[in-house]
Each structure stands twice: as C-alpha cells, then as structure tokens.
Design a protein around this ligand. Structure first.
Ligand code: NAD
Length: 391
C-alpha cells in the first residue's frame, strides 16, 4: 500500500500528519510513503528528512493520483477533493459532526473516509486518540499564552526589592486539557485551583499539586457510564455559575475547558464575573470551537473586556507544531495499523474502533451519527423550503 502525506492548506495550520519517524515505521511495515513537497516544513521537518526516512517527495496532484491512503490533519478543501480518486482512503481530523456535508461529497467520490475525531475514548483506542493528544498540547500552551499576556510573574519571588506573591490560576474543567493546564501552571509556580462537575477527577487534580474546588450542586448524576460529563440542568448550571463567580474574582488567570461531548460548551464565566476580575487578568477559553465557556469570548480572537484579556483562539495545537505533529502522527500510525492489521484494508464493522471512525465507505455515508445529522439538516431545509413556498 502507498501512503501519501498532504501539506496542510488551512490558514494557520502548521501541523503535519506524518513525521519522518512514522514514515520509517510505515516503511518497516512494508508500505511505501509519498510526501507532498514541504508537507512538514512548518512543523520543522524538511523534505530531506522525509527522503532520508524513505519517502518520495511529489506534488499534490501526483501524490493523489498514486496513493491508496491519504493522510491529513484538517479536512481537505475543494482543491484536494477534486483530485481524490474512487477507492482512496482519507484519514484526518475531518470534523464530520460539525461538517456532515463533507461526508456526502466524499461518499459520492467513492472515498473511504476515516476521522480521528471520532475515535472512541476507550482504553484500547488510547494510542489513536488525537483529540486527547491535541488537548494535552492545548492545555500546556494555554498557560503559556496566559503567562505572556499577564502583566505579572507566575512564581513566588523573594527579592531584595520585595516579595512577589505567586499568580492565582483557576482551571474550570479538569479533563485532558485542564489537567495539562494544571500541570504547566504548577511547574511555573502558580497557586492553582481547579473545578470539574465530575468528582472523580479530584484525586488527579490533587496529585498535580492543585486544590480541588468543591461546589455543592443540586444534581447527583454528573457523568455517564463511560465516565463522560453529562449536561447540567439549566438551573443547576446557573447555580454553578454563581458559585464559581467568587472563585473567578479571586483569580489572576482563568482557563476554561468545560465540555460535554456533542453539546454547546456550557457558559460558566458570565460577563459580570469578567467585570469583577482585576484589570490585567487573563481568561483563556479553550472551548471557543463549541461556542466558548466565557460569555464575552469571541471565538478565534484575543479581545479585551474591562481590562481583562480574553484569549479564545481555536487552533492552539498548531502553535506547538513539532510536538503536536509528533503526537498526532503517532495517533494516525496506530489507527492505520489497526485498520490494516491484515496487511490490507480490513474494515470490520463489528469492531467498536472501526465502526466509530469510518464515516464513508463503498459510496455511502456509513456513520449513524453523521447520517442522523444529515437527516436533521434535510428536514430543516424542507421546513424552510415549505415556508419560503408559502410566502
Ligand atoms: P475533556 O472531555 O477531556 O474535558 C472536559 C471536562 O469538562 C470534563 O472533565 C468534564 O467533566 C468537564 N465539564 C463538563 N461540564 C462542566 C461544567 N458544567 N463545569 C465544569 N466542568 C465541566 O475534553 P478535553 O479534551 O480536555 O477538551 C476540553 C476543551 O478544549 C474542548 O472544548 C475542546 O474542544 C477544547 N480544545 C480546544 C483547543 C483549541 O485550540 N482551542 C484544542 C484542543 C481542545
């Protein structure tokens, strides 16, 4: 089998789907690899390093013409889609639950598409879990972005000119990104508190040297059987917001990462809480992609509100391109090895991992969630169409 590594075309994307080390690993498994010219350049990997690892370098059209499997980070744009051949396997972070229409286009072209953002969070799939690996990067970088924007030190400093107290950091949501942020903020010497609706994470928070904030909320069920957070009822979320406001006011930095899978991010930092923070304070809202945890965040932007800097950037892993690519490339490698465990593509739909990641195959959209999203969109379009007709 021949694998192709695409150069990313999305603005600001610096990551790459395979690095020289994983190229060598694919070749060791008996596959051939073609890299697009300059595919890894923005992440720090020259074409020469890919060639040394055993890859050929070609332009995009030649690569798409000859490769059986095409590896990418982001979903492809039209210029790539137009050259995808029937039977090609496309593997990337395709965001099928946000852009289900792409699945229709890929199915029509006969492309088998596999999305890493659909990898189930089960122990067996951990090595393929790109959302987690990229969240680790985002949690780390969020703290550095905050430290850079903060007009004060992080650690306690005892100098001849006086004592400087440590910065106070509050992390809301202690999942993968939140724990990454806690660890980084602690290493920089801040006093860190963290809150999550799942009491199960208290121990992990404390093991990183942070204090777990306990809030008494009137809702017992806060996680499902798989350990994911469940949404809070509206009145309980309002109660949470009110209780958190005091913690927010006392913080120099707030990093928010709260998410419930498949839902809009809960708004946990209301405008009033931002306005109660000291000028110069910083909020990093990692949930920007799903609407944001902070009421005044502008997704994709860095803004100021009442002297508080609010960082709601969307593709933070691309700001650490070398290691973000290294981790992502490993995730892709493990997924390819899983799908090609018999040497050729083996889509066993009784397997939970395969069933979860495969979005299109044999000319059809085969993922039930994507099918349901498309049906919903069709129904909404039909209703709108009827309305327009009546008008
Ligand atoms: P995760 O599922 O591991 O963690 C989310 C945490 O939020 C969970 O521990 C959950 O219990 C908690 N939570 C849910 N509702 C809550 C509430 N009401 N109050 C407090 N905590 C609550 O997710 P993750 O992988 O850590 O990702 C976190 C967020 O970071 C996601 O929104 C993800 O899209 C985002 N992210 C952003 C970037 C970026 O570049 N901006 C990069 C990676 C991840």
């Amino acid at each position: 089998m021949k694998l192709g590594i695409l150069r990313e075309r999305a603005p600001g994307e610096t990551r790459v789907a395979a690095i020289p080390d994983t190229v060598a690993a694919y070749i060791k498994l008996g596959h051939a690899v073609v890299g697009e010219q300059a595919a890894g350049m923005a992440a720090g990997f020259s074409d020469q390093r890919y060639i040394t690892a055993g890859a050929e370098i070609r332009d995009a059209v030649a690569l798409l013409n000859q490769c059986d499997v095409v590896l990418s980070v982001q979903r492809p744009g039209q210029e790539v889609i137009d050259h995808l051949r029937s039977g090609t396997v496309l593997i990337g972070l395709l965001q099928p639950f946000i852009y289900p229409e792409l699945a229709v286009t890929l199915a029509a072209r006969g492309v088998t598409s596999v999305s890493l953002d659909a990898v189930p969070r089960i122990a067996r799939a951990q090595s393929m879990d790109a959302l987690s690996s990229q969240s680790t990067v985002a949690g780390y970088k969020a703290v550095l972005l905050a430290a850079n924007a903060l007009p004060r030190f992080f650690p306690l400093l005892m100098t001849a000119a006086g004592v400087i107290p440590p910065a106070r950091v509050l992390v809301i949501g202690a999942g993968v990104a939140g724990l990454g942020a806690i660890g980084t903020a602690r290493r920089l010497g801040a006093i860190v508190r963290a809150y999550d609706t799942r009491p199960a994470v208290k121990e992990q928070v404390e093991s990183l040297g942070a204090t777990f904030v306990e809030l008494t909320l009137q809702q017992e069920k806060r996680e499902d059987t798989a350990g994911y957070a469940t949404a809070l009822a509206a009145d309980v979320e309002a109660q949470e917001r009110a209780l958190l406001s005091e913690q927010i006011r006392e913080s120099d930095i707030v990093i928010t990462t709260a998410q419930v899978p498949g839902q809009r991010a809960p708004v946990l930092v209301p405008r009033s809480a931002v306005e109660a923070m000291l000028p110069g304070s910083v909020i990093v809202d990692l949930a920007a992609e799903t609407g944001g945890n902070c009421e005044v965040s502008v997704p994709g932007e860095v803004t100021q509100h009442h002297g508080v800097t609010i960082i709601a950037l969307k593709n933070i892993p691309a700001m650490v391109p070398l290691h973000a690519s290294q981790l992502y490339a490993q995730n892709v490698f493990h997924l390819v090895r899983h799908l090609y465990s018999k040497g050729e593509l083996d889509l066993d739909f009784t397997d939970e991992i395969t069933r979860s990641v495969c979005i299109t195959h044999a000319g059809e959209v085969c993922h039930p969630t994507v099918q349901a999203l498309l049906r919903e969109k069709q129904a909404a379009a039909a209703v709108n169409g009827e309305g327009a007709h009546r008008d």
